[in-house]
Design a binder for this molecule. Sequence first.
Ligand code: CP
Ligand code: NVA
Length: 300
Amino acid sequence: MKHLLKLSDLTPEEITEILNLADQLKYDKKNGIEHKYLKDKTLGMIFRKASTRTRVSFEVGMYQLGGNALFLSSNDLQIGRGEETADTVRVLSRYLDGIMIRTFEQSEVEVMAAAGSIPIINGLTDYAHPCQVLADLMTIREYKGTLQGLKLCFIGDGNNMANSLIVGGIKMGMAVSVACPKSYQPDADIMKWASENGDFVCTDDIASAARDADVLYTDVWASMGQESEGNARREAFINYCIDDKVMGMAKSDAIVLHCLPAHKGEEITKDVFDAHADEIFDEAENRLHAQKAVLVKLLG
Ligand code: CP
Ligand code: NVA
């Protein structure tokens, strides 16, 4: 494993190794055992979009591992004024030990990996959010003890989260169902791969998708960069909300996850969010532990 660009690049064994190391790092940290595996290493963090969790968990993760992190806003870098991404990464490869980038096009992270000589980590693109899904899988394992054989149901926009959850869930032996309006389905190639490689269904029928689910997952109706589509999306997604009725369709011990930030009253009701806040905030915490494991694997 040289980069983390998307989960389809990883084998189930590599994902399991990351999750096991993440569990160990979390356990050790809580027991006061420090691991300075990345002493004197520096991670550059390029952001073309906003972030709370990704920025802070990567920065704290590097610090806890004995290294440093640089926050690099595209507003302040020359790439914001048109310098080529390939040239930028060729320069940054001379200073840094790794780069985490949050951007729009998946092709930009792929260009960075091809042009640079250091590990590249995808901190979210319009296509994928692999770091989030590693934390999600870690959280599901914590609550359910396993991944294999569980049913994961995603309700809402077929966006970056849906794409990465489908890949991560199917790779780890889960049944994955997606409920979304017909014109907002996940990536067609990912759905084709999932249908050929596991138990996958995409439907506009929330009841059939949610039936007997072990994990219910949702995300905002309008992602970063889609703010101008807000009204059209609110109309299209009006019924795609995790509420008490949907909870009643899932297993009685189903957990609820949300990558955050949440728009309560849209994709999830305040009542369901509050009832499942422990799971959702454990999931947010696990960003730190899962990413530390990724950093150790790639930069260590
Ligand atoms: N879930 C997630 O990636 O959060 P941020 O946008 O705050 O980084
Ligand atoms: N789908 C959301 C995820 C945020 C973590 C977005 O891309 O804005």
